[in-house]
Write a protein that binds this ligand. Structure first.
Ligand SMILES: NC(=O)c1ccc[n+]([C@@H]2O[C@H](COP(=O)([O-])OP(=O)(O)OC[C@H]3O[C@@H](n4cnc5c(N)ncnc54)[C@H](OP(=O)(O)O)[C@@H]3O)[C@@H](O)[C@H]2O)c1
Length: 431
């Protein structure tokens, strides 16, 4: 069938352009040989990924084909998702009424349109902070996580590469921390990016809770990041520890005063907290100290923390959602983790409705709760997928279903610290 069609098209003197993936670079050779034919174009494509601007970029691509190759006739073959190419031709016809689309096809004109597609990165909305600054509403997480031996150690440039992919995909916010041991990688990836175009969050580790240890700790992070300032600096945990892991019971109010000093020195634009509970935040405010701009806590389908989120909202403190996928993936879920998993039929149904994936639905839900998710991935297509969540909206019914998965289940309760005076979570009974 395909052969016959190709012969027919050849006979019609059409230029054959066949693409089967937005990012399938292996097609380059084929494409180059095809575009060397000086005839009109037939376009066939199979991929289904889209975002809100797909048709606009496609129309730019089509226009480029027209100008560069003098094409004004397109035979387009229908694929999985014809809507965007139809829309794109609608835009083209406004400017070039003589252009003839003969039939319709799916989108995905990858390589030829690469320049246009470079602009196809997603625009992330902005969250206003209570100190007047603005924070992008989604960030790339950069913690390598845990394995059976403890914290996963960085091996080479895995995070550097991930941050580069993220920047290409439109991320403007990177979440990192001294303890992740990858701030140097983030710094290398950010080299050359105009400073005002990127929002960097980092965190003060437990070993630097003494008031006068805060500024030197932040300076060390800045050296690794090769930056003059971070946009947001958080106290990672209310728990202080000495280098040998014994408890440092420095009052976190003192640590917070160190944070305020760091901000005054211009080393960070905003300051905030991580893993603090409501009472601890209230105590900071009751003592007349500067209000934190943000609170970063674990938030996902199984741990939605509605009271804490509502409190922060009432105080205009931005909430950042770490471990946003919770136990969605079988590979990460502990045996006692409540549902759902990625193949939950109700979630799959919602995802299919919006032509999205289940992880995208989970992230979108966090955005709709008014929080800033921090999905971590080292995988290019997941990084791209995780930011592509700003072109759909869940219904109230769908949100009620997603709310029903809240079981107050914490992936990182850190019970090992539960006898510290500033342990922030519900304690486990020791029998
Ligand atoms: N303040 C704190 O105390 C604290 C604590 C924990 C985390 N955080 C921050 O929050 C970030 C995110 O949390 P997290 O790293 O614990 O967990 P997460 O982002 O919920 O999950 C990361 C895992 O999900 C996988 N993944 C990502 N996107 C996917 C997709 N679309 N489909 C399938 N799998 C996908 C990743 O795999 P691949 O990487 O292999 O793609 C990785 O295994 C951290 O990186 C860190 O920046 C902060």
């Amino acid at each position: 069938m395909r052969l016959e069609l190709d012969e027919e098209l050849n006979a019609c003197n059409y230029l054959h352009l066949q693409y089967d993936g937005w990012s399938n670079l292996r097609n380059e050779g084929i494409i180059n040989s095809l575009i060397s034919k000086p005839q009109p174009a037939y376009i066939k494509s199979l991929n289904t990924e889209t975002n809100a601007h797909t048709s606009e970029y496609l129309s730019q691509g089509i226009e480029k084909v027209m100008i560069v190759y003098g094409v004004n006739k397109f035979l387009v073959l229908i694929g999985d998702n014809a809507r965007n190419i139809q829309k794109a031709f609608g835009l083209i016809k406004v400017k070039y009424p003589h252009v003839v689309p003969l039939g319709f096809c799916a989108h995905c004109l990858n390589l030829l349109f690469r320049d246009c597609l470079k602009n196809a990165s997603v625009q992330v909305p902005i969250v206003k902070l209570n100190d007047g600054r603005e924070m992008p509403a989604l960030a790339l997480g950069t913690w390598l996580g845990l394995n059976s031996k403890g914290r996963v150690e960085p091996t080479s440039n895995e995070v550097e590469q991930a941050v580069r992919w993220a920047l290409d995909a439109g991320y403007t916010h990177i979440d990192t921390a001294w303890i992740y041991k990858i701030e140097d990688q983030v710094g290398r990836a950010l080299k050359g990016v105009p400073r005002e175009k990127i929002f960097v969050t980092s965190k003060l580790w437990n070993a630097f809770h003494a008031r006068d240890a805060v500024v030197p700790a932040l300076r060390e992070s800045l050296r690794s990041l090769q930056l003059d300032y971070v946009d947001l600096y958080l106290i990672h945990w209310p728990i202080g520890q000495f280098a040998n892991s014994s408890y440092d019971i420095t009052d976190y109010l003192e640590t917070w005063k160190g944070m305020i000093e760091a901000k005054k020195l211009g080393l960070t634009k905003s300051i905030g907290l991580s893993n603090f509970n409501q009472k601890m935040i209230e105590r900071i405010l009751e003592n007349g100290l500067e209000k934190p701009a943000a609170l970063q806590v674990e938030l996902n389908l199984n741990l939605q923390q509605p009271d804490l989120v509502a409190y922060c909202k009432s105080q205009n403190i931005a909430v950042m959602a770490y471990t946003p996928f919770g136990s969605l993936f079988y590979s990460k879920a502990a045996p006692d983790a409540p549902p759902p998993r990625i193949d939950d039929p109700m979630l799959v149904k919602i995802a299919e409705k919006y032509n999205k994936t289940v992880p995208q639905v989970a992230l979108r839900y966090l955005v709709e709760l008014g929080t800033v998710p921090l999905p971590k991935s080292l995988t290019k297509n997941r990084i791209e997928q995780n930011i592509d969540i700003f072109d759909f909206q869940l219904t109230d019914e769908e949100k009620s279903l997603l709310k029903s998965f809240d079981k107050g289940y914490r992936i990182y309760p850190q019970y090992k610290w539960q006898d510290h005076p500033y342990y922030p979570f519900e304690k486990k009974e020791i029998k």
